[in-house]
Ligand binder design. Structure first.
Ligand SMILES: [Zn+2]
Length: 287
């Protein structure tokens, strides 16, 4: 069933869990993600990032995401990830997405605020939630422009600015920069847990973590305990999928059918996400 971003975040707050928000640019990832949500009957967020448009356009994969979410026994949000303009977010709403992230974090503060406010106004007409970003996280959602993994305090989200940004924009949740990077880590990530707590208190809204691939279970738990409620995750699941296909090709060198590769690919995503949700939803998944 389709639930709102507000409902998913309320569930996270009540149960002290982090909602897994998974990019599903392909049908294999989409079906695998839904299987995991249904297995544990947990709320999850299906997302399509603008950077994934070359893989599948939101007008093509989007209606499939929405239809499968509505049909599912699990509570699911369908969310635009890293919409870089008002127009892209609107394209998501037009195909039935009920939540969006507007990412104007690369613009100066005032411009970021102006674009974000415009998106919040549109979302309010539908009663949808909006996530915005303040502070710049290195790397891109599709794993390109790999971050160094070294902490860079100049990029951290400023608590004073975060407080005024949330108050003036009216966003539902805020993506903050506190030491994670998009894509693969080359060095140990250095997370600033105290900053998460400060940002949560000052803004009064749930904090969103991007670049969550590659963290340890203990790091996830600590981030959740400090106020992270939505956890964007993608790269390592898709990497595991790729490796499963490589293994399949090695073991079946005579294969010449592309569609056969989608079976181990999807299964690998499911296995990867199964491990993830057992950490993020530790408090509600019965062992
Ligand atoms: Zn992101």
């Amino acid at each position: 069933m389709l639930i709102s971003l507000h409902e998913a975040l309320e569930y996270a707050e009540k149960n002290n869990v982090g909602i897994a928000a998974i990019n599903t640019p392909t049908l294999e990832m989409l079906l695998a993600t839904i299987r995991v949500a249904e297995k544990y009957n947990i709320p999850m967020i299906l997302q399509h990032a603008e950077v994934h448009e070359p893989i599948n356009k939101i007008e093509d994969i989007g209606p499939v995401m929405v239809a499968l979410a509505k049909r599912s026994t699990a509570p699911l949000v369908v969310h635009v990830d890293h919409g870089e303009s008002f127009e892209y977010v609107k394209r998501g709403f037009d195909v039935g997405f009920n939540s969006a992230m507007i990412d104007a974090s690369r613009l100066p503060y005032e411009e970021n605020l102006a674009v974000t406010k415009k998106v919040v106004e549109l979302a309010n007409e539908y009663g949808y939630g909006v996530e915005a970003e303040l502070g710049v996280m290195p790397g891109r959602e599709d794993g390109s422009q790999v971050g160094s993994g070294e902490s860079n305090e100049t990029l951290y989200t400023d608590p004073d600015l975060a407080e005024s940004f949330v108050r003036d924009s009216g966003v539902t949740a805020l993506a903050c920069s506190f030491g994670t990077v998009h894509g693969l880590y080359k060095a140990e990530p250095k997370l600033n847990f105290d900053l998460i707590e400060t940002l949560r208190e000052r803004t009064g809204v749930p904090i969103v973590m991007h670049g969550a691939s590659g963290l340890s279970g203990a790091e996830y738990r600590e981030c959740i305990n400090r106020g992270v409620r939505k956890i964007n995750y993608y790269t390592y699941a898709d990497k595991q999928s790729f490796e499963a296909v490589q293994t399949f090709l090695e073991e079946n060198p005579e294969t010449f059918i592309f569609s056969d590769l989608t079976v181990p690919a999807s299964k690998a995503v499911e296995e990867n996400l199964d491990v993830l949700v057992n950490v993020l939803y530790e408090n509600v998944i019965k062992k």
